[in-house]
Design a protein around this ligand. Structure first.
Ligand code: GRG
Length: 296
Protein backbone atom coordinates (compact mmCIF):
# COMPACT_ATOMS: atom_id res chain seq x y z
CA UNK A 1 0.00 0.00 0.00
CA UNK A 2 1.39 3.41 -0.94
CA UNK A 3 1.95 6.08 1.67
CA UNK A 4 -0.95 8.06 0.19
CA UNK A 5 -3.24 5.03 0.19
CA UNK A 6 -2.40 4.41 3.87
CA UNK A 7 -3.09 8.07 4.69
CA UNK A 8 -6.40 7.94 2.89
CA UNK A 9 -7.49 4.71 4.57
CA UNK A 10 -6.58 6.06 8.00
CA UNK A 11 -8.51 9.30 7.43
CA UNK A 12 -11.52 7.48 5.96
CA UNK A 13 -11.58 5.29 9.08
CA UNK A 14 -11.52 8.38 11.29
CA UNK A 15 -14.37 9.92 9.34
CA UNK A 16 -16.46 6.76 9.65
CA UNK A 17 -15.96 6.63 13.42
CA UNK A 18 -16.54 10.36 13.92
CA UNK A 19 -19.73 10.23 11.83
CA UNK A 20 -20.95 7.21 13.73
CA UNK A 21 -20.35 9.00 17.04
CA UNK A 22 -21.98 12.20 15.83
CA UNK A 23 -25.18 10.51 14.68
CA UNK A 24 -27.79 9.32 17.17
CA UNK A 25 -28.02 5.56 17.65
CA UNK A 26 -30.77 3.76 15.74
CA UNK A 27 -32.42 2.67 19.02
CA UNK A 28 -32.98 6.26 20.14
CA UNK A 29 -36.38 7.77 19.29
CA UNK A 30 -37.37 8.64 16.64
CA UNK A 31 -35.83 5.31 15.72
CA UNK A 32 -36.81 5.12 12.05
CA UNK A 33 -35.35 8.55 11.34
CA UNK A 34 -32.12 7.84 13.20
CA UNK A 35 -31.79 4.48 11.52
CA UNK A 36 -32.27 6.10 8.10
CA UNK A 37 -29.76 8.87 8.87
CA UNK A 38 -27.13 6.28 9.74
CA UNK A 39 -28.03 4.27 6.63
CA UNK A 40 -27.53 7.38 4.47
CA UNK A 41 -24.22 8.41 5.93
CA UNK A 42 -22.30 5.40 7.20
CA UNK A 43 -20.43 2.69 5.37
CA UNK A 44 -20.21 4.25 1.94
CA UNK A 45 -18.73 6.90 -0.26
CA UNK A 46 -15.20 7.91 -1.01
CA UNK A 47 -15.21 10.72 1.59
CA UNK A 48 -13.50 13.04 -0.90
CA UNK A 49 -14.64 16.22 0.85
CA UNK A 50 -13.40 15.18 4.30
CA UNK A 51 -10.09 14.08 2.73
CA UNK A 52 -9.71 17.52 1.18
CA UNK A 53 -10.35 19.14 4.57
CA UNK A 54 -7.72 16.93 6.22
CA UNK A 55 -5.22 17.70 3.47
CA UNK A 56 -5.65 21.47 3.71
CA UNK A 57 -5.58 21.28 7.51
CA UNK A 58 -2.05 19.91 7.14
CA UNK A 59 -1.03 23.20 5.54
CA UNK A 60 -1.98 25.19 8.62
CA UNK A 61 -0.84 22.64 11.21
CA UNK A 62 -4.44 22.09 12.27
CA UNK A 63 -5.27 19.73 15.11
CA UNK A 64 -6.60 16.61 13.43
CA UNK A 65 -9.47 16.17 15.89
CA UNK A 66 -10.72 19.66 14.98
CA UNK A 67 -10.46 19.07 11.25
CA UNK A 68 -12.33 15.83 11.74
CA UNK A 69 -15.36 17.72 13.03
CA UNK A 70 -15.33 20.20 10.15
CA UNK A 71 -14.87 17.26 7.77
CA UNK A 72 -17.89 15.36 9.05
CA UNK A 73 -20.02 18.50 8.94
CA UNK A 74 -19.28 18.81 5.22
CA UNK A 75 -19.86 15.09 4.68
CA UNK A 76 -23.28 15.32 6.36
CA UNK A 77 -24.27 18.13 3.98
CA UNK A 78 -23.03 16.04 1.05
CA UNK A 79 -24.91 12.94 2.26
CA UNK A 80 -28.11 14.97 2.67
CA UNK A 81 -27.75 16.28 -0.89
CA UNK A 82 -27.42 12.75 -2.25
CA UNK A 83 -30.52 11.57 -0.35
CA UNK A 84 -32.63 14.44 -1.69
CA UNK A 85 -31.12 14.22 -5.18
CA UNK A 86 -32.13 10.57 -5.44
CA UNK A 87 -35.78 11.24 -4.58
CA UNK A 88 -38.51 10.90 -7.24
CA UNK A 89 -39.01 14.68 -7.46
CA UNK A 90 -35.38 15.11 -8.43
CA UNK A 91 -33.17 12.46 -10.04
CA UNK A 92 -35.40 9.54 -9.08
CA UNK A 93 -32.73 6.91 -8.54
CA UNK A 94 -32.88 3.58 -6.76
CA UNK A 95 -29.18 2.88 -6.18
CA UNK A 96 -26.58 4.89 -4.29
CA UNK A 97 -23.25 3.78 -2.84
CA UNK A 98 -24.09 0.23 -3.89
CA UNK A 99 -27.29 0.16 -1.80
CA UNK A 100 -30.97 0.98 -2.38
CA UNK A 101 -31.49 4.74 -2.00
CA UNK A 102 -32.98 6.02 1.26
CA UNK A 103 -36.52 6.60 -0.07
CA UNK A 104 -36.53 3.05 -1.49
CA UNK A 105 -35.15 1.39 1.65
CA UNK A 106 -37.34 3.52 3.95
CA UNK A 107 -39.92 5.86 2.38
CA UNK A 108 -40.08 9.31 0.78
CA UNK A 109 -41.14 11.22 3.88
CA UNK A 110 -38.31 9.67 5.86
CA UNK A 111 -35.81 10.51 3.09
CA UNK A 112 -36.95 14.13 3.17
CA UNK A 113 -36.49 14.27 6.93
CA UNK A 114 -33.10 12.52 6.75
CA UNK A 115 -31.85 15.33 4.52
CA UNK A 116 -33.33 18.03 6.73
CA UNK A 117 -31.95 16.53 9.93
CA UNK A 118 -28.50 15.87 8.47
CA UNK A 119 -28.27 19.48 7.39
CA UNK A 120 -29.14 20.69 10.89
CA UNK A 121 -26.76 18.23 12.51
CA UNK A 122 -23.93 19.44 10.26
CA UNK A 123 -24.28 22.99 11.56
CA UNK A 124 -24.65 21.75 15.13
CA UNK A 125 -21.34 19.87 14.78
CA UNK A 126 -19.61 22.86 13.23
CA UNK A 127 -20.84 25.19 15.97
CA UNK A 128 -19.62 23.08 18.90
CA UNK A 129 -17.44 25.00 21.37
CA UNK A 130 -13.68 24.71 20.98
CA UNK A 131 -13.58 23.82 17.30
CA UNK A 132 -11.26 26.74 16.59
CA UNK A 133 -9.05 28.90 18.80
CA UNK A 134 -11.16 32.00 18.29
CA UNK A 135 -14.91 32.33 17.99
CA UNK A 136 -14.83 34.72 15.03
CA UNK A 137 -13.10 32.09 12.86
CA UNK A 138 -15.75 29.59 13.81
CA UNK A 139 -18.53 32.01 12.88
CA UNK A 140 -16.72 32.54 9.56
CA UNK A 141 -16.64 28.77 9.04
CA UNK A 142 -20.38 28.48 9.72
CA UNK A 143 -21.00 31.19 7.14
CA UNK A 144 -18.81 29.44 4.58
CA UNK A 145 -20.64 26.13 4.93
CA UNK A 146 -24.04 27.84 4.85
CA UNK A 147 -23.20 29.80 1.71
CA UNK A 148 -21.74 26.74 -0.03
CA UNK A 149 -24.92 24.76 0.66
CA UNK A 150 -27.49 27.41 -0.22
CA UNK A 151 -29.05 29.00 -3.28
CA UNK A 152 -25.73 30.51 -4.39
CA UNK A 153 -24.05 27.15 -3.86
CA UNK A 154 -25.13 23.52 -3.95
CA UNK A 155 -28.92 24.00 -3.80
CA UNK A 156 -28.71 26.71 -6.48
CA UNK A 157 -26.67 24.43 -8.72
CA UNK A 158 -29.20 21.68 -8.25
CA UNK A 159 -31.99 24.09 -9.27
CA UNK A 160 -30.14 24.97 -12.48
CA UNK A 161 -29.51 21.26 -13.09
CA UNK A 162 -33.22 20.46 -12.80
CA UNK A 163 -34.11 23.30 -15.17
CA UNK A 164 -31.56 22.17 -17.74
CA UNK A 165 -32.87 18.66 -18.47
CA UNK A 166 -33.65 18.37 -22.16
CA UNK A 167 -32.11 21.79 -22.92
CA UNK A 168 -28.91 22.61 -24.75
CA UNK A 169 -26.55 24.35 -22.40
CA UNK A 170 -23.44 26.15 -23.64
CA UNK A 171 -20.17 25.28 -21.93
CA UNK A 172 -20.09 28.41 -19.69
CA UNK A 173 -23.62 27.65 -18.45
CA UNK A 174 -22.71 24.04 -17.73
CA UNK A 175 -19.63 25.23 -15.88
CA UNK A 176 -21.65 27.74 -13.83
CA UNK A 177 -24.06 24.97 -12.80
CA UNK A 178 -21.24 22.70 -11.64
CA UNK A 179 -19.33 25.45 -9.89
CA UNK A 180 -22.41 25.80 -7.71
CA UNK A 181 -23.68 22.22 -7.53
CA UNK A 182 -20.50 20.34 -6.68
CA UNK A 183 -17.75 22.97 -6.73
CA UNK A 184 -19.03 25.09 -3.85
CA UNK A 185 -18.95 22.29 -1.28
CA UNK A 186 -15.56 21.05 -2.47
CA UNK A 187 -14.20 24.58 -2.15
CA UNK A 188 -15.71 24.90 1.32
CA UNK A 189 -14.08 21.61 2.37
CA UNK A 190 -10.63 22.95 1.49
CA UNK A 191 -11.19 26.32 3.17
CA UNK A 192 -12.72 24.86 6.34
CA UNK A 193 -9.86 22.41 6.79
CA UNK A 194 -7.33 25.23 6.55
CA UNK A 195 -9.29 27.46 8.94
CA UNK A 196 -9.03 24.80 11.66
CA UNK A 197 -5.31 25.62 11.98
CA UNK A 198 -3.09 28.65 12.24
CA UNK A 199 -4.12 31.75 10.25
CA UNK A 200 -2.98 31.61 6.65
CA UNK A 201 -1.84 34.66 4.69
CA UNK A 202 -4.05 35.88 1.88
CA UNK A 203 -1.71 34.75 -0.89
CA UNK A 204 -1.66 31.16 0.39
CA UNK A 205 -5.43 31.22 0.98
CA UNK A 206 -5.97 32.35 -2.63
CA UNK A 207 -3.71 29.55 -3.84
CA UNK A 208 -5.64 26.81 -2.11
CA UNK A 209 -8.90 28.39 -3.20
CA UNK A 210 -7.75 28.31 -6.82
CA UNK A 211 -6.64 24.71 -6.30
CA UNK A 212 -10.12 23.89 -4.92
CA UNK A 213 -11.86 25.47 -7.91
CA UNK A 214 -9.78 23.38 -10.33
CA UNK A 215 -10.34 20.20 -8.35
CA UNK A 216 -14.08 20.88 -8.04
CA UNK A 217 -14.45 21.22 -11.78
CA UNK A 218 -12.16 18.26 -12.48
CA UNK A 219 -14.29 16.19 -10.11
CA UNK A 220 -17.37 16.93 -12.20
CA UNK A 221 -15.70 16.36 -15.57
CA UNK A 222 -14.49 12.96 -14.34
CA UNK A 223 -17.95 12.21 -12.94
CA UNK A 224 -19.40 12.81 -16.42
CA UNK A 225 -16.73 10.64 -18.05
CA UNK A 226 -17.36 7.81 -15.58
CA UNK A 227 -21.12 8.09 -16.02
CA UNK A 228 -20.65 7.51 -19.72
CA UNK A 229 -18.11 4.70 -19.58
CA UNK A 230 -18.14 2.88 -16.21
CA UNK A 231 -20.60 0.20 -15.15
CA UNK A 232 -23.34 0.49 -12.53
CA UNK A 233 -21.55 -2.19 -10.49
CA UNK A 234 -18.31 -0.22 -10.43
CA UNK A 235 -19.98 3.11 -9.65
CA UNK A 236 -22.43 1.79 -7.05
CA UNK A 237 -25.00 4.10 -8.67
CA UNK A 238 -26.93 3.89 -11.94
CA UNK A 239 -24.50 4.45 -14.81
CA UNK A 240 -25.40 6.10 -18.11
CA UNK A 241 -28.13 8.23 -16.55
CA UNK A 242 -26.96 11.51 -18.05
CA UNK A 243 -27.42 10.32 -21.62
CA UNK A 244 -30.64 8.46 -20.76
CA UNK A 245 -32.10 11.66 -19.28
CA UNK A 246 -30.75 13.79 -22.09
CA UNK A 247 -28.73 15.85 -19.60
CA UNK A 248 -26.05 18.23 -20.82
CA UNK A 249 -22.64 17.03 -19.59
CA UNK A 250 -18.98 17.64 -20.41
CA UNK A 251 -19.09 14.42 -22.43
CA UNK A 252 -22.17 15.42 -24.42
CA UNK A 253 -20.77 18.91 -25.10
CA UNK A 254 -17.11 18.10 -25.68
CA UNK A 255 -16.98 14.40 -26.51
CA UNK A 256 -15.23 11.77 -24.40
CA UNK A 257 -11.67 12.41 -25.57
CA UNK A 258 -11.80 16.19 -25.01
CA UNK A 259 -13.51 15.72 -21.62
CA UNK A 260 -10.66 13.42 -20.54
CA UNK A 261 -8.14 16.00 -21.74
CA UNK A 262 -9.92 18.75 -19.83
CA UNK A 263 -9.75 16.73 -16.61
CA UNK A 264 -6.00 16.36 -17.16
CA UNK A 265 -5.61 20.10 -17.77
CA UNK A 266 -7.48 20.87 -14.57
CA UNK A 267 -5.24 18.43 -12.68
CA UNK A 268 -2.18 20.28 -13.98
CA UNK A 269 -3.74 23.63 -13.01
CA UNK A 270 -4.54 22.30 -9.53
CA UNK A 271 -0.92 21.22 -9.07
CA UNK A 272 0.34 24.58 -10.34
CA UNK A 273 -1.90 26.45 -7.89
CA UNK A 274 -0.05 24.78 -5.02
CA UNK A 275 3.36 26.09 -6.14
CA UNK A 276 5.27 27.70 -3.31
CA UNK A 277 3.24 26.07 -0.54
CA UNK A 278 5.94 23.52 0.22
CA UNK A 279 5.81 19.87 1.18
CA UNK A 280 2.79 20.37 3.46
CA UNK A 281 0.69 20.60 0.29
CA UNK A 282 1.66 17.08 -0.85
CA UNK A 283 -1.65 15.53 0.21
CA UNK A 284 -3.63 18.16 -1.71
CA UNK A 285 -1.55 17.37 -4.79
CA UNK A 286 -2.10 13.63 -4.34
CA UNK A 287 -5.82 14.19 -3.88
CA UNK A 288 -6.02 16.07 -7.18
CA UNK A 289 -4.44 12.99 -8.78
CA UNK A 290 -6.84 10.67 -6.99
CA UNK A 291 -9.88 12.71 -8.05
CA UNK A 292 -8.87 12.78 -11.70
CA UNK A 293 -7.55 9.21 -11.98
CA UNK A 294 -10.32 7.51 -9.96
CA UNK A 295 -12.35 4.74 -11.55
CA UNK A 296 -15.56 5.23 -9.51
C1 GRG B 1 -30.55 18.12 -3.31
C2 GRG B 1 -29.83 20.43 -2.57
C3 GRG B 1 -29.56 19.20 -3.32
C4 GRG B 1 -28.42 19.11 -3.99
C5 GRG B 1 -27.97 17.93 -4.70
C6 GRG B 1 -24.52 17.12 -5.18
C7 GRG B 1 -25.89 17.07 -5.67
C8 GRG B 1 -26.71 18.27 -5.43
C9 GRG B 1 -26.41 15.99 -6.27
C10 GRG B 1 -25.65 14.79 -6.54
C11 GRG B 1 -25.89 14.35 -7.92
C12 GRG B 1 -24.67 14.01 -8.61
C13 GRG B 1 -24.51 12.60 -8.99
C14 GRG B 1 -23.76 14.94 -8.86
C15 GRG B 1 -22.50 14.65 -9.54
C16 GRG B 1 -21.29 14.79 -8.71
C17 GRG B 1 -21.45 14.17 -7.38
C18 GRG B 1 -21.74 15.08 -6.26
C19 GRG B 1 -21.31 12.87 -7.22
C20 GRG B 1 -21.40 12.18 -5.94
O1 GRG B 1 -20.34 12.54 -5.11
P1 GRG B 1 -19.19 11.50 -4.76
O2 GRG B 1 -18.66 10.86 -6.00
O3 GRG B 1 -20.05 10.44 -3.97
O4 GRG B 1 -18.21 12.18 -3.87
P2 GRG B 1 -19.65 9.50 -2.76
O5 GRG B 1 -20.74 8.46 -2.74
O6 GRG B 1 -18.29 8.92 -3.04
O7 GRG B 1 -19.65 10.36 -1.54
Amino acid sequence: MSDFQAWMTERQGRVELALSNALSAANIAPMRLHDAMRYAVLDGGKRVRPLLAFASGELTGADISRVEQAAIAVEMIHAYSLVHDDMPAMDNDVLRRGKPTVHVEFDEATALLVGDALQSRAFEVLSQPGLTSDASTQVQMLGILAAASGSHGMAGGQAIDLESVGKTLELPELEFMHILKTGALIRASVTLGALCGKPMDEVAMNKIDHYAKCVGLAFQVVDDVLDSEASTATLGKTAGKDAAQNKPTYVSLLGLARARELAEELRTDAHAALAGLGSDSTRLKQLADYIVLRKY
